[in-house]
Design a protein around this ligand. Sequence first.
Ligand code: COA
Length: 167
Amino acid sequence: MEEDRWADLVRRMKETGMFREDRMDPRFVASNYYAGRAVLRGPNPSRRGTPARIEAYTALVKTRDPNWFEIALMYVDEKLQGNGVAKGLLTEVRTKKPGAKFFLISRDPAVWALARGAGFDPVTKRFFPEVEDWAKRLGLGEWLPDTALRDTVPRLNREERWLFRKK
Ligand SMILES: CC(C)(COP(=O)(O)OP(=O)(O)OC[C@H]1O[C@@H](n2cnc3c(N)ncnc32)[C@H](O)[C@@H]1OP(=O)(O)O)[C@@H](O)C(=O)NCCC(=O)NCCS
């Protein structure tokens, strides 16, 4: 069943402990894909183009500002990690919304490396003083990391969440 594929993907995503609980909903993850705002990888495409096992996934999540999307729910099965799969997903997902602007939020050093490689910069108030107004406009609410409110040069530490933005 098509729905089982999404539920199975979300179960594996949940196991990583890296994602927002409110987004760990198979309908939400699937709807981004069917709305043309997500990319995935996996063998055995069905007629609708969804693999029997979805091995990797990345979405563009809408914000309150139609020009800005969050690159989110980036996931690659453990056995496939370290092969550039996420790098490919990050490039491909951005083609889904030409002309749009993108950001991401993560505490994973692998994601930081990917973001930097794709031309994203970590954000603090020092270089982006309007960060709070920007976040409010997009409706980020409490999801805006505390690190973005620092008045210092970004210094990335393990265990801290960071906002990355592409100007
Ligand atoms: C994060 C994740 C999506 C990366 O997928 P992947 O396919 O292994 O990533 P890639 O192979 O494309 O690239 C990984 C990059 O991170 C780097 N990297 C990996 N581990 C790293 C670490 N501990 N510190 C710094 N960089 C690291 C790699 O060198 C590579 O960078 P490069 O292209 O400059 O060499 C995957 O590990 C995953 O699904 N993790 C669990 C869920 C998760 O944490 N998602 C992110 C939530 S925001």
